[in-house]
Design a protein around this ligand. Structure first.
Ligand SMILES: [Zn+2]
Length: 163
């Protein structure tokens, strides 16, 4: 059954929770931690198309609560709006692990632009090289449509701070 919180919909999946819509101050994300199984919570964010600044605060609260309660959050199919937050605000990453995420690609041959799924363990990502993708329209090789050093920076661990 769909759990509707403001503009966010939460649906149960086989072993994860499917989030879709917008994350804002009415989302109550920290309450999702109560659904963790054996200290693990898997969130599919493929349908999240917007997060506002109050939603970011709510998200950070969820992450810090998860760290405090020792709950491992796995994020799957993370949409572009969430990736932008992970890149801009370190606290949004918490101790969660990103398994896969969407990234912008463009086709030089036919002009198609598409958000395509990338496996976070793809070789090359640690060197900030976008994995190759085929255009769904014309099957030509697509070009990554952002700055890799910016878009993939959430995958690079922060250097440990002294003290
Ligand atoms: Zn194409």
């Amino acid at each position: 059954m769909t759990d509707i919180r403001g503009r966010l919909h939460i649906d149960p999946g086989p072993d994860q929770w499917l989030l879709s819509g917008a994350i804002d101050e009415t989302s109550g994300l920290a309450e999702l931690l109560g659904r963790a199984q054996n200290g693990r919570l898997v969130l599919d964010l493929g349908g999240v198309n917007f997060i506002n600044s109050l939603g970011v605060r709510d998200w950070i609260r969820m992450q810090s609560e998860a760290t405090r309660q020792n709950i491992a959050i796995e994020l799957r199919r993370v949409s572009e709006p969430i990736i932008h937050q992970l890149n801009m605000i370190i606290a949004t990453r918490g101790t969660s692990r990103v398994a896969s995420f969407f990234a912008p690609y463009a086709c030089d041959a036919c002009g198609r632009e598409e958000s395509l799924l990338v496996d976070a363990t793809s070789p090359g990502l640690v060197q900030l090289i976008a994995p190759p993708q085929k255009c769904p329209e014309c099957a030509a090789e697509m070009a990554f449509n952002d700055f890799p050093e910016r878009y993939f920076s959430f995958l690079v661990p922060e250097p440990a701070r002294p003290g």
